[in-house]
Design a protein around this ligand. Structure first.
Ligand code: BV8
Length: 243
């Protein structure tokens, strides 16, 4: 049980909690071109539109709860004696809430590589603040005590994802790499399975609704809704049937 597990999650793990994914027909991006709402250029062009896009998603967090897939990973975090890195592309707080409801082992790490809706960042100082309400041009940060410097603490396209040194080290040295609910379209997240398989010794498994863009890089592929496939796979891991 002292093996290292890396779990990468994407929007699909939160879909059954009611949070739309990015690329489904009713997805988040369909109402907004990526360039307008998820790039620094789009933010500079129209900060009001970008604040509205993230304010609506932050407000939705009050109406959704973690699902069986989030809770199954939290159960693994509370029972796995080896290292467990939960690396999420998601900016919602459903993994945070599910793991806070248990007592994860000390070797558990949750990393939001694309940032978090419930945090804001000062563009002047780089300070990061817990933030539950709307952000707009009048929002003050404690560091400057002035309006207009706060942005969502979100990694936009052409910005460097967070904690990539920790993430790359974990992916290259893990024994099991699980990818859950991601289409495998966005890099560097989509390249982690290659790292795990090529530079590491990992068994790689994809749990998704349908084959992702990186499907051929997975030793094992399990398709179906995450609330069904993830609890079943976690039970297999804890029974010693995987690594
Ligand atoms: C960077 C925050 C460099 C915003 C996001 C290499 C090749 C090609 C392009 C690139 C490359 N390297 C870099 C790039 C450019 C770019 C990129 O990847 N472009 C793509 C689109 C081609 N990457 C970047 O810009 C990254 N930065 O590389 O910086 C750098 C270097 C030096 C200095 C500075 C910079 C930054 C990328 C981060 C962008 N931000 N999010 C926000 O959230 O609003 S990305 C966004 O897409 C979300 O984070 C989302 O999580 C992520 C990935 O999408 P998915 O999670 O996979 O969601 P999707 O809808 O696509 O798929 C859902 C899946 O779930 C589906 O497969 C579906 O079948 C499944 N599903 C649905 N329901 C269920 C389910 N599965 C199970 N059960 C269900 N019920």
């Amino acid at each position: 049980m002292d093996k290292t597990i890396v779990i990468l999650t994407g929007a699909g793990i939160s879909a059954e909690s009611g949070i739309p994914t990015f690329r489904a027909s009713d997805g988040l991006w369909c109402n907004h071109p990526i360039e307008d709402v998820a790039t620094p250029q789009g933010y500079r062009r129209n900060p009001k539109l970008v604040h509205e896009f993230y304010n609506a998603r932050r407000a939705q967090l009050k109406e959704v709860i973690p699902n069986a897939a989030h809770h199954a990973i939290a159960e693994l975090a509370a029972n796995w004696d080896g290292k467990l890195f939960l690396i999420t592309q998601n900016v919602d707080d459903l993994h945070d809430r599910a793991t806070q409801a248990t007592t994860p082992k000390p070797a558990f790490r949750l990393i939001h590589m694309h940032g978090e809706l419930r945090k804001a960042r000062c563009e002047k100082s780089g300070s990061i603040f817990d933030w539950q309400e709307n952000i707009d041009g009048d929002s003050h940060c404690d560091c400057c005590n002035a309006p207009g410097n706060l942005r969502p603490h979100i990694v936009w396209f052409n910005e460097m994802p967070l904690e990539m040194d920790v993430i790359d080290e974990a992916a290259s040295s893990c024994d099991l790499f699980m990818s859950i609910g991601t289409s495998g379209n966005v890099y560097p997240a989509a390249g982690l399975v290659h790292t795990a398989r090529t530079y590491g010794r990992a068994h790689t498994v994809e749990l998704n609704l349908e084959p992702s863009a990186g499907e051929s890089l997975f030793h094992e592929k399990i398709y179906g809704p995450a609330t069904k496939t993830v609890p079943e796979y976690v039970r297999r891991i804890l029974a010693g049937g995987v690594v």
